[in-house]
Write a protein that binds this ligand. Structure first.
Ligand code: 13P
Length: 247
């Protein structure tokens, strides 16, 4: 049985107090979708958004967390702080953090443990570069990221994998449905082998240039359990139009 899909928006470094109106529109449209809806704004908006979404089906999440619960880590945010602010999930190991902040698989694994310690759903991102895809190394790279970024044990309800080919993020380029099916199938087999009894039900999202115009083609690929949407999640209208695949 396919798990309930997850429509997740990653706002990245976008959003001010005035963006609350977009959230309100998402909250208004979410009940029409047969999917869980998650919005991950910047840290500064989490508490405000969580309060606004409190009695709605929309969950609010973070985009990163520190592995430690507290301490001398200037500028960092603990998973416990996200939970305290009302977040229910956190994106971890996004390629923009792996590249811009040199995050390693081991750090992502420690952060995943931290997310679970705080009771959050961990959305762990994996994905190959253009060079790696052209070199036929996609599965090798994704397999290595999964092996290094995930703890020894996992609960299906607490873990989500987002497959985001780096070359598809913010570029308007997307893999073919056949390529997405192949990688999602690989991730599914990997999870089922590594976490018997749980890996079969972990949701595997596709991310990278998902737009209203290509949502149906990309999100109805067998093995795709939802989307992690960047740019198109900033406008409620576009985000909900993508979610309309799940009406
Ligand atoms: P875009 O949808 O803007 O390509 O970003 C995808 C992404 O990185 C989501 O985490």
């Amino acid at each position: 049985m396919q798990p309930r899909p997850l429509l997740a928006g990653n706002w990245k470094m976008n959003g001010l107090a005035a963006s609350a109106g977009e959230l309100q529109k998402i909250i208004a449209g979410a009940p029409d979708l047969k999917a869980d809806v998650l919005v991950c704004p910047p840290f500064t908006l989490i508490a405000r958004f969580a309060e606004a979404a409190r009695h709605s089906p929309v969950m609010i999440g973070g985009q990163d967390c520190h592995a430690e619960p507290f301490g001398a880590h200037t500028g960092d945010i603990a998973a416990e702080m996200l939970a305290d602010a009302g977040a229910g999930a956190v994106i971890l190991g996004h390629s923009e953090r792996r590249v811009d902040h040199h995050e390693t698989d081991a750090e992502v694994r420690a952060k995943t443990r931290a997310a679970w310690r705080a009771g959050l759903i961990a959305i762990v991102c994996v994905g190959e570069s253009r060079k790696e895809r052209d070199g036929g190394r996609t599965q090798e790279v994704v397999g290595r990221q999964l092996a290094g970024s995930l703890p020894e044990r996992a609960e299906a309800g607490r873990l989500v994998i987002a497959y985001e080919p780096i070359w598809a993020i913010g570029t308007g380029l997307t893999p073919t449905p056949a390529d997405i099916a192949e990688v999602h199938g690989f991730i599914r087999r990997w999870l089922a082998t590594r976490f018997p009894g749980q890996g079969e039900a972990v949701r595997i999202l596709y991310g990278g240039s998902v737009k209203p115009a290509n949502a149906k083609e990309l999100l109805t690929v067998p093995g795709v359990d939802g989307a992690l949407v960047g740019g198109a999640s900033l406008k409620a209208e576009d985000f909900l139009a993508i979610g309309a695949v799940y009406r």
